[in-house]
Ligand binder design. Structure first.
Ligand code: 13P
Ligand code: SF4
Length: 346
């Protein structure tokens, strides 16, 4: 039963002591996140992994690309374990290495040496390595603006992988007009709509988050009609239309900060993953917190890290086994680290 599993998780944590470290992303289930040593958004979790040099076992409660990043940033003697290997990310899967190589060849043949690649951390280690090897950096939703500014200081154009929405929203915020952005279709290896070559500043990879795309403009309109005083707060993985129509848009950390600092009685319609919206609702009962899409939007892969998988992982470690270890190839790790470190130093 859940009760037994919870008791065993507490017991294993105690038995493994400082050897065990559990980072947890804010989109994780409540029954798992209660055991996290640190909770955070993707940037915070990358930073805490980099700072932890002492725990032998890092049980990562998040998705595969985050566990890869943790492996890249920790020592050889530390093992990163993902309680369920099926916890991937559909957005990260939208950009693979071969597609990226083909895109880069075509784009640099056309635009010459005027492009710098950036990738959202929500991408595989291989894509991060490609970006690192081509002078680029990773970005997260909380530092995208700063990293884009850094990139534009070097090259006229950015190839932004794999989330078109974060790329478009961030560039627009920096004053780049939509008319200067094109979408790269990685299935057809073409730019979707040609515009005069000189104008192109953003080349947006045609990827998206299947969770955040569920928040649509009709939800914004419905909320405005029903309750004009309900503030609409969304993640920048939502589409440009939704982000523009919202009152506020920002990373997971920004969303949490906004709600935590608001006065009692504030009403919110939030466009982000369901576990976080539910948690905010519980944490701030003196405010009114709702999902922007009344149907609620779970990230199915984040949810794959459940109590049984989590406790099984701790049991295995306790019994001297290391299941589901995420190991990034050394050369990929070295190159990906270049991209991550450029981001950390912006
Ligand atoms: P952040 O944690 O950077 O806000 O990213 C959200 C997300 O979709 C993670 O998968
Ligand atoms: Fe990927 Fe979206 Fe889930 Fe984040 S919320 S892990 S971007 S599918």
């Amino acid at each position: 039963s859940d009760k037994e599993l919870i008791a065993r998780a507490h017991q294993r944590k105690k038995q493994l002591g400082k050897d065990l470290f559990i980072p947890g992303h804010h989109y994780q289930r409540d029954d798992v996140i209660q055991f996290a040593d640190v909770t955070g958004d993707s940037l915070q979790l990358a930073q805490v992994s980099a700072n932890n040099q002492h725990s032998s076992f890092i049980v990562f409660c998040g998705v595969h690309f985050m566990a890869e990043t943790a492996d890249i940033l920790t020592n050889d003697g530390q093992s990163v374990l993902l309680p369920d290997l099926r916890a991937g990310c559909s957005m990260a899967d939208m950009a693979d290495k071969n597609q990226t190589v083909r895109a880069w060849e075509k784009l640099t043949a056309y635009y010459g040496d005027t492009i710098i690649p950036l990738t959202y951390v929500n991408s595989s280690a291989e894509i991060k390595a490609f970006v690192g090897n081509h002078g680029g950096a990773t970005v997260t939703s909380s530092n995208a603006k700063e990293v884009l500014k850094w990139a534009f200081a070097q090259k006229k154009r950015i190839l932004f992988l794999p989330d078109q929405h974060l790329g478009r929203n961030t560039a627009y915020e920096l004053g780049i007009p939509l008319e200067n952005m094109v979408v790269w279709n990685p299935i057809l290896d073409v730019v979707e709509e040609e515009i005069p070559k000189d104008r192109v500043q953003m080349i947006l990879w045609k990827g998206h988050c299947s969770v955040h795309e569920n928040f649509r403009i009709e939800h914004v309109n419905q909320s405005r009609e029903k309750e004009p005083d309900r503030k609409i707060l969304v993640h920048p993985e939502c589409s440009w239309e939704v982000t523009q129509a919202a009152d506020l848009a920002g990373s997971t950390r920004f969303i949490i900060e906004q709600v935590s600092q608001a006065p009692a009685g504030t009403k919110w319609a939030i466009g982000t993953e369901m576990n976080l919206v539910k948690r905010l609702k519980k944490l701030y009962p003196d405010q009114s917190v709702e999902s922007l899409n009344p149907e609620m939007c779970p990230c199915l892969t984040m949810n794959r890290i459940d109590l049984p998988h989590f406790v099984w992982t701790l049991d295995e470690i306790y019994n001297g086994k290391l299941p589901n270890v995420i190991t990034v190839d050394k050369e990929i790790s070295r190159a990906a680290k270049l991209a991550i470190n450029r981001m950390m130093h912006v």
